[in-house]
Design a protein around this ligand. Structure first.
Ligand SMILES: Cc1cc2nc3c(=O)[nH]c(=O)nc-3n(C[C@H](O)[C@H](O)[C@H](O)COP(=O)(O)OP(=O)(O)OC[C@H]3O[C@@H](n4cnc5c(N)ncnc54)[C@H](O)[C@@H]3O)c2cc1C
Length: 454
């Protein structure tokens, strides 16, 4: 009889595991309470990037005269944008659901919970359905963190889930939090023509990133008139008499605007999953600790995605789902097949776009590690000039003794696509010469990569 694999949560971690395990011969049940595709498709990756794409189109229109076009004007139609987002989400949900159906995955619509180590209940509109599970995957994701000093109302005080798109275009948006999500919102709403203030708790936006990369983004924000409140922690939000908001900071400064947006991280969805009943330990932060096979303390119960407390990226969740399916089915358990989170590429879809992978220059410096760093600005690359996007650079970090590529960062248009070359080099242990020797297209932005590798 086929192994029964029950998955709770149909985001990238859950649905990828479902699909892959079904392909490998498991009898798979997927329980999802919102949409198959998950928060990633409904609130996070997809709507944010759809809005950012519209913002980029507006930015290009702003510069259209520089491309030899005159009288090009655009008006942002929020209803049309909303419909576009819904239609992209519908298409993605349809394609994932059809794939799962074609693979024989049973999809149950409802809330899932474990009632024992091998028993999972789905609370569906038709009633409770109990499924026996040889293996279980918990992939229920996370939700926006709301601090005790804020009370989001979906109107003027927003979480990231209220903002895709918001009911109205803010006159002046105050974004609280300058991590990846916060800066993407700043970039997007300033492209839409809104005044934006960003509250940055440290002295640098994107505190985890290479300072040079963060500085490039800050310069762009300042050019666009974004107000930065650096070294300030928000500790209160008040509604004003004129319907706006006041954000009170711990250093006494007060930021005012028409709307406030909280972008201060997320918390895991581990409540109500029946972890106690199944004997699964939940750590103090609400995540499920796991080993390199993503097994919890109960070996046949796995965890993927944001709930695993690893790198909170959709791409990572999918890859974890894939690895878990293989492990559940007894495949690919050799050491070198484990996920190496230090080699995950990531991108920030701001204007300019930012992407990085592997070892950062600043981290190598902090560790006292010898590295070679080469940097090429896009302003010397033909294709960047042709595209009218000469801002930004490519930076490659390599081992000075062996030439092995250890990491890289890219700032500039299409950075998220271009980083794949460096990501491949880092994952495969390629040498800078391997990049230099590739016969690349001319003119193309990848020429900057080859030049940086040289
Ligand atoms: C604003 C924003 C933008 C982002 N943009 C990107 C990006 O561009 N690229 C990127 O790689 N990452 C991005 N991320 C991160 C990414 O969204 C998450 O890392 C990813 O969604 C995690 O996937 P997951 O599999 O853990 O599940 P999720 O996508 O969180 O989905 C979990 C699913 O589980 C379901 N669920 C929860 N509890 C139950 C239950 N008890 N029973 C049944 N179903 C349940 C939920 O309904 C949901 O559908 C972004 C995050 C945010 C907040």
């Amino acid at each position: 009889m086929a192994l029964s694999f029950v998955i709770i949560g149909g985001g990238p971690g859950g649905h990828t595991a479902a699909s892959h395990a079904a392909k490998l011969g498991a009898d798979v049940t997927l329980i999802e309470r919102e949409i198959v595709g998950g928060a990633a498709n409904l609130w996070d990756c997809i709507p944010s990037k759809a809005m950012i794409a519209t913002g980029s189109a507006l930015n290009m229109i702003d510069k259209s005269e520089e491309m030899g076009l005159t009288d090009v004007k655009a008006h942002l139609d929020f209803d049309a944008l909303r419909q576009r987002i819904v239609s992209i989400e519908d298409r993605l949900e349809h394609s994932v659901t059809s794939l799962l159906q074609s693979q024989g995955v049973r999809v149950l619509r409802g809330s899932g919970r474990m009632v024992g180590p091998h028993e999972v209940v789905a609370d569906t509109a038709e009633g409770e359905i109990t499924v026996h599970a040889d293996a279980v995957l918990l992939a229920t994701g996370s939700r926006p963190r709301i601090p005790e000093w804020a009370a989001p109302d979906g109107d003027r005080v927003l979480t990231t889930r209220d903002a895709y798109p918001p009911k109205e275009l803010p006159d002046h948006l105050v974004v609280i939090g300058s991590g990846v999500t916060g800066v993407e919102f700043v970039s997007m709403f300033s492209s839409f023509g809104c005044a934006v203030t960003l509250i940055v708790s440290r002295q640098q936006v994107l505190p985890q990133k290479d300072p040079e990369v963060a500085a490039a983004l800050e310069t762009h924000f300042l050019d666009r008139g974004v107000r930065l409140y650096k070294g300030a922690r928000a500790e209160g939000i008040e509604r004003t008499d004129d319907g706006g908001v006041r954000i009170l900071c711990d250093d006494g400064r007060v930021a005012t605007g028409s709307h406030a947006l909280l972008a201060i991280g997320s918390i895991p969805n581990s409540e109500g999953l029946g972890c106690d009943a199944a004997g699964v330990e939940v750590n103090a932060w609400g995540y499920l600790d796991n080993n390199h096979h993503l097994q919890t303390n109960v070996p046949h119960i796995y965890v993927a995605g944001d709930l695993s407390g690893r790198l909170p990226l959709s791409s990572v969740a999918s890859m974890q789902g894939r690895k878990i399916a293989e492990h559940v089915m007894g495949l690919h358990t050799r050491e070198h097949r484990h996920l190496d989170y230090d080699k995950a590429a990531s991108a920030i879809f701001t204007e300019p776009e930012i992407a990085d992978v592997g070892l950062a220059e600043a981290d190598a410096f902090a560790e006292g590690r010898k590295i070679r760093v080469t940097k090429v600005p896009f302003s010397t690359t033909a294709k960047a000039l042709i595209n009218n996007a000469p801002r930004g650079f490519v930076k490659i970090v390599s081992d000075p003794a062996t030439g092995v590529v250890l990491g890289g960062s890219i700032v500039g248009r299409h950075a998220a696509e271009l980083i794949s070359v460096i990501a491949l080099a880092v994952t495969a242990g390629l040498n800078v010469e391997d990049i230099v020797d590739s016969l690349l297209v001319h003119p193309s932005l990848s020429e900057a990569l080859a030049e940086a590798a040289d």
